[in-house]
Design a protein around this ligand. Sequence first.
Ligand SMILES: *Cc1c(COP(=O)(O)O)cnc(C)c1O
Length: 348
Amino acid sequence: MGPVTAALKYHFASDNTSGICPEAWQALETANAGYHPSYGADAITAEACETFRQFFETDCEVFFVFNGTAANSLSLASLCQSYHSVICSDVSHVETDECGAPEFFSNGSKLLLAKSALGKLDPTDVERLITHRTDLHYPRPRALSLSQSTELGTVYRPGEIAGLCQIAKKHGLHVHMDGARFFNALAATGSSPADITWRAGVDVLCCGGTKLGMAVTEAVVFFNHDLARDFEYRCKQAGQLCSKMRFISAQWLRMLTQDTWKTHAARANKFARLLADQLGNLPGVQILYPVDANAVFAKLPDSIKSGMKDRGWQFYSFIGGGSRLMCSWATTEADVESFVADARASFG
Ligand SMILES: *Cc1c(COP(=O)(O)O)cnc(C)c1O
């Protein structure tokens, strides 16, 4: 391998390598005036929570935390006792990328891995895991966790979510949705926010802000009030209660108004499709999964992989059996063209 001479390019390495979108940045600036009550007792936070209720057309309870690992772990902990289990996909972020935090914060609730196809839970295997043991030696299934969009960039259709929720409810399980990329999924389906969450049977949604273009925040949205009991104490104990909460809330408020979320999520989705189309045309390149949202998984020939590395492009090749390329609010057509031109030049 020759020396790396090109500057490193992180454009497609993840959807959190981009900066903060202008609307969120402006909201931070606006929130910076004057003095306000702390720890979420301010008017901006109240308004942001109310905006969530309008957005989801229901009286949900909303909490803001700093990141997705905390959102997932703390919400799953509130669905389970320590002797319970959480059914999730074998490729889910809660299983593969949270360093055991869901087990830690739930004091030991076990994750049970269901088979998945294209990142989506296999309903038959979910039901098998729930029913194949009912004795007290087995960690009792109590929650089902699904990711929307999935870790492989696919998106559950409303009927698929409702089907999984139906299985869960039939057996007394609560449903958790890891929505680190919820808005990409929402923009992709064109469904209403309510239809792909609580109306389909989701009890709690971890709603991703950071990858959408905000600074350090995810929202935990409880559609089931009983499950939200004392959640603010969990957040505080876990070090997830922001004292200057207004800076988080102000961004959410701005992103949920004027369809700002949709502008950014749809843009990321659009450029992922363009990237997949153009990359997929190159000889030897195979696009592995449907590009429903903002992720492209590609099997790249070794010549392209090493050529891209020499040209400075950074991306992961250990997720999902291929090279993962993520688009974000900041992706431009020129970025896509530049990546594809380098891939073409790398070939052969
Ligand atoms: C990024 C991501 C998260 C959140 O990760 P943090 O780094 O803890 O913010 C959660 N779930 C999925 C599917 C993700 O891609």
